[in-house]
Design a protein around this ligand. Sequence first.
Ligand code: 5GP
Ligand code: MN
Length: 345
Amino acid sequence: MLTKVIDQPKIDRFAKWLEDADKIVIVAHVAPDGDAIGSSLGLWHFLDFQGKTANVIVPNAFPDFLKWMPGSKDILCYDRYKDFANRLIAEADIICCLDFNALKRVETMADVIQSAHAKKILVDHHPYPEEFCDITMSYPKVSSTSELIFRLICRMGYFDDITKEGAECIYTGMMTDTGGFTYNSNDREIYFIISELLSKGIDKDDIYRKVYNTYSESRLRLMGYVLSQMRVYPEHHAALISLTKNEQRNFDYIRGDSEGFVNIPLSIKGVVFSCFLREDTEKPMIKISLRSVGAFPCNQLAAEFFNGGGHLNASGGEFYGTMDQARATFEEALKKFAPLLIAKE
Ligand code: 5GP
Ligand code: MN
């Protein structure tokens, strides 16, 4: 049996909305990751099974390694189909905002979502949610939004309406947001849910292969290069990797190629904090990815130095300046946070 994580009145209210609604739009954050896409498609399959007119809209493209997911071909990218997406948003009865805690995380879609007359619900696990929805289901202790979608559907009494395809999407989100169940994954109920998803006929080993073992040769060579340039700060138990636009060109970089790189330095004994600086190809900025193990608060450092936020152990932000300046800012942040940078036993 699962603990009742989501508050009952919120579930009752959403279930009532669904009874009266037909047109539902599901929205996830910019640069959607496995959990953003997994939770969105998990919910979409359920609504589709129930005969609703549902659409998933994301601000921009998502990585190729998620394109095998059932239903992913019907996801609308707002930057490509803005007019159509605007119409769907304006006509929606309900908008479900998944896997983000602030409207600015949907970037160019923020205004249309804010002004849409639809009822709005947030389902998310990032701390400090902003109040921009009528129902806010925010549970930061839960390791993925996909897990919350499973819990939500079950609590409404519809476990039987989760299809194999929906289960595959939910599993993918749970797996990717925990690094294949290697962090944030000690809650035993996760494994109860996996067992329930397996009962739908999903092949979890195959899903792992499709997500993690389908990269290009150039991506592997890029990884080797990035690691060869890594800086380690033993006194701060930290490491830094980076990737400029020039380096991206040298390795035929495509979006998603550096996914997961930030986790690799954490495999060094004694390193508890890793930072990845990547020059963006679209905007004049450097995207920051931060990861930690143990108690080090990546999100505090992201907020203080990189105009960002996120989870305790996984956060991100943005930097406007050169790569050298970004490195200098990171080193300054290391000094400031030194008292908290302690090797894990
Ligand atoms: P990633 O390193 O995978 O891009 O992001 C990890 C996590 O950091 C995301 O799930 C999200 O919670 C947070 N995050 C990433 N970029 C930003 C950002 O620019 N602003 C904020 N507030 N959070 C971010
Ligand atoms: Mn997530």
